[in-house]
Write a protein that binds this ligand. Structure first.
Ligand code: ADP
Length: 275
Protein backbone atom coordinates (compact mmCIF):
# COMPACT_ATOMS: atom_id res chain seq x y z
CA UNK A 1 0.00 0.00 0.00
CA UNK A 2 1.77 3.11 -1.28
CA UNK A 3 -0.77 5.66 -0.09
CA UNK A 4 0.49 8.71 1.71
CA UNK A 5 -1.59 9.86 4.67
CA UNK A 6 -1.43 13.55 5.49
CA UNK A 7 -2.96 15.45 8.38
CA UNK A 8 -3.75 19.14 7.82
CA UNK A 9 -4.09 21.81 10.45
CA UNK A 10 -5.41 25.21 9.39
CA UNK A 11 -5.08 28.17 11.74
CA UNK A 12 -6.82 31.46 10.98
CA UNK A 13 -5.05 34.75 11.76
CA UNK A 14 -7.28 37.80 11.49
CA UNK A 15 -9.47 38.05 8.39
CA UNK A 16 -7.19 37.01 5.57
CA UNK A 17 -4.20 35.12 6.89
CA UNK A 18 -4.07 31.39 7.25
CA UNK A 19 -1.37 29.05 8.40
CA UNK A 20 -1.63 25.60 6.84
CA UNK A 21 0.44 22.81 8.31
CA UNK A 22 0.66 19.36 6.76
CA UNK A 23 2.02 16.39 8.69
CA UNK A 24 2.95 13.06 7.15
CA UNK A 25 1.27 10.47 9.42
CA UNK A 26 1.68 7.48 7.07
CA UNK A 27 4.09 5.67 9.41
CA UNK A 28 1.94 6.37 12.47
CA UNK A 29 -1.10 5.07 10.64
CA UNK A 30 0.73 1.86 9.63
CA UNK A 31 1.96 1.27 13.16
CA UNK A 32 -1.57 1.72 14.48
CA UNK A 33 -2.83 -0.79 11.88
CA UNK A 34 -0.12 -3.26 12.93
CA UNK A 35 -1.07 -2.84 16.59
CA UNK A 36 -4.74 -3.52 15.80
CA UNK A 37 -3.96 -6.60 13.71
CA UNK A 38 -1.58 -7.91 16.36
CA UNK A 39 -4.16 -7.59 19.17
CA UNK A 40 -6.85 -9.17 16.99
CA UNK A 41 -4.61 -12.11 16.01
CA UNK A 42 -3.33 -12.81 19.52
CA UNK A 43 -6.84 -12.69 20.98
CA UNK A 44 -8.07 -15.03 18.28
CA UNK A 45 -5.22 -17.50 18.83
CA UNK A 46 -5.80 -17.52 22.61
CA UNK A 47 -9.39 -18.61 22.18
CA UNK A 48 -8.79 -22.28 21.34
CA UNK A 49 -6.37 -23.12 24.18
CA UNK A 50 -8.68 -21.33 26.59
CA UNK A 51 -11.70 -23.31 25.42
CA UNK A 52 -9.79 -26.57 25.94
CA UNK A 53 -8.64 -25.49 29.42
CA UNK A 54 -12.14 -24.44 30.53
CA UNK A 55 -13.61 -27.67 29.19
CA UNK A 56 -11.23 -29.86 31.20
CA UNK A 57 -11.51 -27.70 34.30
CA UNK A 58 -15.29 -27.97 34.18
CA UNK A 59 -15.09 -31.77 33.92
CA UNK A 60 -12.62 -31.84 36.79
CA UNK A 61 -14.77 -29.45 38.85
CA UNK A 62 -17.92 -31.53 38.45
CA UNK A 63 -15.94 -34.72 39.28
CA UNK A 64 -14.89 -33.08 42.55
CA UNK A 65 -18.39 -31.81 43.24
CA UNK A 66 -19.70 -35.38 43.15
CA UNK A 67 -18.24 -36.40 46.49
CA UNK A 68 -14.77 -37.01 45.17
CA UNK A 69 -13.31 -33.89 46.79
CA UNK A 70 -12.28 -35.93 49.83
CA UNK A 71 -9.69 -37.76 47.74
CA UNK A 72 -7.83 -34.49 47.11
CA UNK A 73 -5.89 -32.38 49.62
CA UNK A 74 -7.96 -29.22 50.37
CA UNK A 75 -5.32 -26.94 48.86
CA UNK A 76 -5.62 -28.75 45.53
CA UNK A 77 -9.41 -28.61 45.53
CA UNK A 78 -9.16 -24.85 46.21
CA UNK A 79 -6.65 -24.67 43.35
CA UNK A 80 -9.25 -26.03 40.93
CA UNK A 81 -11.69 -23.28 41.98
CA UNK A 82 -9.02 -20.64 41.46
CA UNK A 83 -8.08 -22.02 38.04
CA UNK A 84 -11.73 -21.90 36.99
CA UNK A 85 -12.06 -18.33 38.22
CA UNK A 86 -8.91 -17.17 36.43
CA UNK A 87 -9.69 -18.89 33.13
CA UNK A 88 -13.12 -17.24 33.17
CA UNK A 89 -11.37 -13.88 33.66
CA UNK A 90 -9.03 -14.65 30.79
CA UNK A 91 -11.96 -15.62 28.59
CA UNK A 92 -13.76 -12.36 29.40
CA UNK A 93 -10.62 -10.43 28.57
CA UNK A 94 -10.09 -12.23 25.25
CA UNK A 95 -13.76 -11.75 24.32
CA UNK A 96 -13.60 -8.03 25.13
CA UNK A 97 -10.33 -7.62 23.17
CA UNK A 98 -11.87 -9.38 20.17
CA UNK A 99 -14.99 -7.24 20.39
CA UNK A 100 -12.91 -4.06 20.60
CA UNK A 101 -10.78 -5.12 17.60
CA UNK A 102 -13.89 -5.83 15.58
CA UNK A 103 -15.35 -2.44 16.51
CA UNK A 104 -12.14 -0.73 15.40
CA UNK A 105 -11.65 -2.65 12.16
CA UNK A 106 -15.17 -3.22 10.78
CA UNK A 107 -17.07 -0.44 9.13
CA UNK A 108 -20.27 -1.57 10.84
CA UNK A 109 -23.79 -0.57 9.88
CA UNK A 110 -24.90 -3.81 8.19
CA UNK A 111 -26.86 -5.01 11.20
CA UNK A 112 -28.59 -1.73 11.98
CA UNK A 113 -32.25 -2.10 12.87
CA UNK A 114 -34.95 -0.15 14.66
CA UNK A 115 -34.38 -0.67 18.38
CA UNK A 116 -37.35 -0.30 20.68
CA UNK A 117 -35.77 1.53 23.60
CA UNK A 118 -38.26 0.63 26.39
CA UNK A 119 -37.87 -3.09 25.59
CA UNK A 120 -34.08 -2.88 25.37
CA UNK A 121 -33.71 -0.98 28.66
CA UNK A 122 -36.10 -3.29 30.46
CA UNK A 123 -34.21 -6.37 29.34
CA UNK A 124 -30.83 -4.86 30.37
CA UNK A 125 -32.38 -3.91 33.72
CA UNK A 126 -33.50 -7.52 34.33
CA UNK A 127 -30.01 -8.88 33.59
CA UNK A 128 -28.42 -6.24 35.83
CA UNK A 129 -30.82 -7.10 38.64
CA UNK A 130 -29.69 -10.72 38.47
CA UNK A 131 -26.07 -9.55 38.73
CA UNK A 132 -26.86 -7.18 41.58
CA UNK A 133 -28.70 -9.89 43.53
CA UNK A 134 -30.99 -7.34 45.18
CA UNK A 135 -28.12 -5.25 46.56
CA UNK A 136 -29.23 -2.21 44.55
CA UNK A 137 -32.45 -0.76 43.23
CA UNK A 138 -32.43 -0.55 39.43
CA UNK A 139 -35.08 1.55 37.66
CA UNK A 140 -35.93 2.55 34.10
CA UNK A 141 -37.27 6.05 33.31
CA UNK A 142 -38.51 6.97 29.84
CA UNK A 143 -39.83 10.42 28.98
CA UNK A 144 -41.15 9.50 25.57
CA UNK A 145 -40.89 6.01 24.10
CA UNK A 146 -38.72 6.22 21.04
CA UNK A 147 -36.77 4.02 18.70
CA UNK A 148 -33.11 4.19 17.86
CA UNK A 149 -31.50 3.10 14.62
CA UNK A 150 -28.48 0.98 15.40
CA UNK A 151 -26.94 -2.39 16.03
CA UNK A 152 -28.88 -4.29 18.68
CA UNK A 153 -25.83 -6.27 19.77
CA UNK A 154 -23.56 -3.24 20.05
CA UNK A 155 -25.99 -0.90 21.81
CA UNK A 156 -26.99 -3.65 24.22
CA UNK A 157 -23.35 -4.33 25.01
CA UNK A 158 -22.64 -0.61 25.59
CA UNK A 159 -25.62 -0.10 27.91
CA UNK A 160 -24.89 -3.36 29.75
CA UNK A 161 -21.29 -2.30 30.32
CA UNK A 162 -22.46 0.97 31.88
CA UNK A 163 -25.09 -0.66 34.06
CA UNK A 164 -22.82 -3.51 35.17
CA UNK A 165 -20.18 -0.94 36.13
CA UNK A 166 -22.76 0.88 38.23
CA UNK A 167 -23.69 -2.43 39.91
CA UNK A 168 -20.02 -3.21 40.60
CA UNK A 169 -18.81 0.21 41.72
CA UNK A 170 -21.78 2.09 43.20
CA UNK A 171 -21.96 -0.01 46.34
CA UNK A 172 -24.74 -1.67 48.28
CA UNK A 173 -28.13 -0.03 48.83
CA UNK A 174 -27.64 2.45 45.98
CA UNK A 175 -30.04 3.32 43.20
CA UNK A 176 -29.20 2.91 39.53
CA UNK A 177 -31.31 4.67 36.89
CA UNK A 178 -31.47 3.90 33.17
CA UNK A 179 -32.97 7.02 31.66
CA UNK A 180 -34.04 7.84 28.10
CA UNK A 181 -34.88 11.43 27.13
CA UNK A 182 -35.44 12.57 23.59
CA UNK A 183 -35.77 16.06 22.19
CA UNK A 184 -35.72 17.81 18.84
CA UNK A 185 -31.96 17.62 18.38
CA UNK A 186 -31.38 14.08 19.53
CA UNK A 187 -31.67 11.75 22.48
CA UNK A 188 -29.83 10.91 25.64
CA UNK A 189 -29.50 7.42 27.06
CA UNK A 190 -28.23 7.83 30.58
CA UNK A 191 -27.00 5.43 33.24
CA UNK A 192 -26.77 7.16 36.60
CA UNK A 193 -25.96 5.94 40.08
CA UNK A 194 -25.81 7.62 43.48
CA UNK A 195 -22.73 5.71 44.59
CA UNK A 196 -19.16 6.61 45.50
CA UNK A 197 -18.46 8.47 42.28
CA UNK A 198 -15.13 9.19 40.60
CA UNK A 199 -12.57 11.91 41.23
CA UNK A 200 -12.74 14.37 38.26
CA UNK A 201 -8.97 13.97 37.58
CA UNK A 202 -9.69 10.49 36.24
CA UNK A 203 -12.57 11.44 33.93
CA UNK A 204 -10.60 12.39 30.78
CA UNK A 205 -8.74 9.06 30.75
CA UNK A 206 -11.60 6.77 31.80
CA UNK A 207 -12.35 5.45 28.30
CA UNK A 208 -8.73 4.45 27.62
CA UNK A 209 -8.05 0.74 27.42
CA UNK A 210 -7.12 -0.71 30.83
CA UNK A 211 -7.42 2.62 32.62
CA UNK A 212 -8.75 2.09 36.14
CA UNK A 213 -9.26 4.34 39.09
CA UNK A 214 -8.43 1.61 41.57
CA UNK A 215 -6.71 -1.31 39.91
CA UNK A 216 -7.00 -3.69 42.86
CA UNK A 217 -10.71 -3.07 43.26
CA UNK A 218 -11.53 -3.39 39.56
CA UNK A 219 -9.68 -6.70 39.32
CA UNK A 220 -11.51 -7.98 42.39
CA UNK A 221 -14.88 -7.04 40.88
CA UNK A 222 -14.08 -9.01 37.74
CA UNK A 223 -13.68 -6.15 35.25
CA UNK A 224 -11.43 -6.37 32.21
CA UNK A 225 -10.59 -2.65 32.04
CA UNK A 226 -12.05 -2.51 28.53
CA UNK A 227 -15.70 -1.77 29.29
CA UNK A 228 -15.69 1.99 28.75
CA UNK A 229 -13.38 1.71 25.71
CA UNK A 230 -16.01 -0.60 24.18
CA UNK A 231 -18.79 1.87 25.04
CA UNK A 232 -16.85 4.73 23.41
CA UNK A 233 -16.26 2.77 20.18
CA UNK A 234 -19.85 1.57 19.94
CA UNK A 235 -21.06 5.17 20.29
CA UNK A 236 -18.58 6.45 17.69
CA UNK A 237 -20.01 3.92 15.24
CA UNK A 238 -23.48 5.37 15.93
CA UNK A 239 -22.41 9.02 15.48
CA UNK A 240 -22.93 9.41 19.21
CA UNK A 241 -20.65 10.40 22.06
CA UNK A 242 -20.15 9.62 25.72
CA UNK A 243 -20.32 12.30 28.39
CA UNK A 244 -19.23 11.44 31.92
CA UNK A 245 -20.21 13.46 34.93
CA UNK A 246 -19.14 12.54 38.43
CA UNK A 247 -18.02 13.81 41.80
CA UNK A 248 -16.68 11.82 44.72
CA UNK A 249 -19.53 10.84 46.99
CA UNK A 250 -22.11 12.15 44.53
CA UNK A 251 -22.46 9.22 42.16
CA UNK A 252 -21.63 8.93 38.48
CA UNK A 253 -23.66 9.69 35.35
CA UNK A 254 -22.75 8.30 31.93
CA UNK A 255 -24.67 9.91 29.06
CA UNK A 256 -24.80 8.50 25.55
CA UNK A 257 -25.78 11.40 23.28
CA UNK A 258 -27.35 10.43 19.97
CA UNK A 259 -28.01 12.83 17.09
CA UNK A 260 -31.54 13.27 15.72
CA UNK A 261 -30.59 11.35 12.56
CA UNK A 262 -30.30 8.19 14.69
CA UNK A 263 -33.85 8.40 16.00
CA UNK A 264 -36.97 6.91 14.61
CA UNK A 265 -39.98 9.02 15.53
CA UNK A 266 -43.50 8.14 14.59
CA UNK A 267 -44.02 11.75 13.40
CA UNK A 268 -41.14 11.48 10.93
CA UNK A 269 -42.45 8.14 9.85
CA UNK A 270 -45.68 9.71 8.63
CA UNK A 271 -43.85 12.31 6.54
CA UNK A 272 -43.20 11.54 2.89
CA UNK A 273 -39.64 10.47 2.12
CA UNK A 274 -37.26 13.26 1.10
CA UNK A 275 -36.59 13.56 -2.62
P1 ADP B 1 -13.38 -2.11 34.46
O1 ADP B 1 -13.36 -3.43 33.82
O2 ADP B 1 -12.19 -1.85 35.33
O3 ADP B 1 -14.68 -1.81 35.12
P2 ADP B 1 -14.15 0.04 32.63
O4 ADP B 1 -13.48 0.57 31.43
O5 ADP B 1 -15.53 -0.46 32.49
O6 ADP B 1 -13.19 -1.07 33.23
O7 ADP B 1 -14.17 1.19 33.73
C1 ADP B 1 -12.98 1.92 34.01
C2 ADP B 1 -12.95 2.40 35.46
O8 ADP B 1 -13.93 3.42 35.67
C3 ADP B 1 -13.28 1.33 36.48
O9 ADP B 1 -12.16 0.57 36.82
C4 ADP B 1 -13.80 2.15 37.66
O10 ADP B 1 -12.70 2.57 38.46
C5 ADP B 1 -14.40 3.38 37.01
N1 ADP B 1 -15.90 3.33 36.95
C6 ADP B 1 -16.66 2.95 35.90
N2 ADP B 1 -17.97 3.08 36.17
C7 ADP B 1 -18.05 3.56 37.43
C8 ADP B 1 -19.15 3.91 38.30
N3 ADP B 1 -20.43 3.79 37.93
N4 ADP B 1 -18.84 4.39 39.56
C9 ADP B 1 -17.55 4.53 39.95
N5 ADP B 1 -16.49 4.21 39.18
C10 ADP B 1 -16.72 3.73 37.94
Amino acid sequence: DERLILQFQITLYGDDERLVMARDITRLHRLEQMRRDFVANVSHELRTPLTVLTGYLETFGSYLAHDNAASLPPRMARGVDLMQEQTTRMQNLVNDLLLLSRLEIDQGGEDHVRLVIPDLLESVRRDAEALSGGRQRIVVEIDEPGDLIGSEQEIRSAVSNLVYNAVRYAGEGRCITLRWTSHLHGACLEVADDGEGIDPVHLPRLTERFYRVDKGRSTATGGTGLGLAIVKHVLLRHDARLQIDSRPGRGATFRCLFPAARLHRSATEARPARQ
